[in-house]
Design a protein around this ligand. Structure first.
Ligand code: MRU
Length: 356
């Protein structure tokens, strides 16, 4: 099953992104020609979702290098470092951002003398197309874990909008639905940016996949009263032991799932693995502005002057995760040893460890 939503695209000589802050009311595209505009679009959530952030940043480096080269062909390689730093400072938790910047920096270091535009564009487009291919592989691997037809809960948006296309968690859901393994998807609304309410329902409805919106607070009650087979989520960063950073509200969902005997699946490409962080406690958690939870659509919803704490992500311990699905294979009951085995190249479809 194909999806037509394109969150990020190289268009002629510049980057075009779908402004996700305006969805689902309006489909508005932003044309970005400067790295500063790309950094702003990432920071202010016009584009979001770890893999989509990484791809956008990669194209941002293309714009930056091209513009730096035009200004000063002799010093562009040094000058562009400031642009890489600007992009790196946008969203601290999404490790795909740093992974993509590393790929582009390596390309910059090995480029011959001359205009870097075409070579760097090829690198960025390679990252983009591989991400889509990885999502289709993960879709097949994750969908194979469903027994019969059941219902699923997903959190935030880990779909086409959050990736190069097709999606991680929503890629699994798309494939499983096409294979008649899913009857109903429940989408958590996902406070405060409402990625579930605004983006996941929009994406799934476009594909005619039955989706029902719930508040986060309704998830445990849903598990207690309906036959939910899997919770399926994406990830912003996975530590070496399998602990997973994802949108705030994922951790309580995993606790509720374990209590109710519902299985919990994380779907993420290996570009989301951070083997340098031994565990989730070492993953930097983005704290976003208080205004995001003190206001709703520009209207104040809390007592005047009250303080707010707004972590954008939480850490789900590996012990609460039944399966991590990557493009290289599935890790059941993840731990440090199994995650390390995954990093060693394994062919498509390899089951790294069977259920313990
Ligand atoms: O703050 P966001 O919208 O960028 O958070 C997105 C998520 O938490 C996603 O689940 C994660 O990035 C995986 S997207 C394939």
């Amino acid at each position: 099953m194909k999806t037509t939503v394109e969150a990020v695209a190289w268009h002629d000589d510049h980057l075009r992104i779908l402004d996700q802050r305006r969805l689902p009311q309006e489909e508005v595209y932003l044309d970005l020609h400067e790295v500063s505009a790309v950094a702003q679009a990432i920071r202010e959530m016009a584009v979001r979702g770890a893999p989509a952030i990484g791809i956008t940043a990669a194209y941002g480096v293309v714009l930056a290098a091209r513009n730096r080269y035009r200004l000063s062909p002799a010093t562009w390689r040094t000058d562009v470092e400031a642009d890489l730093a600007l992009l790196a400072a946008t969203r601290p938790t999404a490790v795909n951002l740093f992974w993509a910047l590393k790929q582009l920096r390596t390309a910059i270091e090995t480029l011959p003398v001359g205009d870097p535009g075409a070579d760097l564009l090829a690198t960025a487009q390679g990252i983009h197309t591989s991400d889509i291919a990885d999502n289709h592989r993960m879709g097949a691997l994750g969908a194979a874990l469903f027994d019969g037809e059941g219902d699923v809960i997903t959190h935030c948006n880990a779909g086409s909008l959050a990736t190069g296309g097709y999606g991680t968690a929503l890629g699994v859901i798309r494939t499983a639905y096409a294979n008649r393994r899913i009857k109903q998807v429940y989408a958590d609304e996902t406070r405060p940016w409402l990625q579930g309410a605004r983006l996941t329902t929009w994406e799934l409805a476009r594909d005619n996949i039955p989706v029902t919106l719930i508040t986060e607070g309704a998830a445990a009650h849903l598990m207690a009263t309906r036959p939910i087979q899997w919770v399926v989520v994406g990830a912003d960063r996975i530590a070496a032991n399998g602990d997973t950073a994802n949108k705030i509200g994922t951790y309580p969902l995993a606790i509720a799932a374990r209590y109710h005997g519902v299985r919990f699946m994380v779907v993420a490409p290996t570009s989301t693995l951070d083997m340098e962080r031994a565990n989730g406690g070492l993953i930097p958690i983005e704290i976003r502005p208080s205004e995001e939870i003190l206001t709703f659509s520009g209207t104040s919803i809390a007592a005047p002057g009250v303080q707010a704490w707004n972590p954008a992500f939480d850490i789900t311990p590996a012990s609460l995760i039944d399966a991590i699905v990557t493009e290289r294979g599935v890790v059941f009951a993840p731990n440090q040893e199994k995650m390390a085995a995954l990093k060693v190249a394994t062919p498509f479809g390899t089951i790294v460890q069977s259920v313990c």
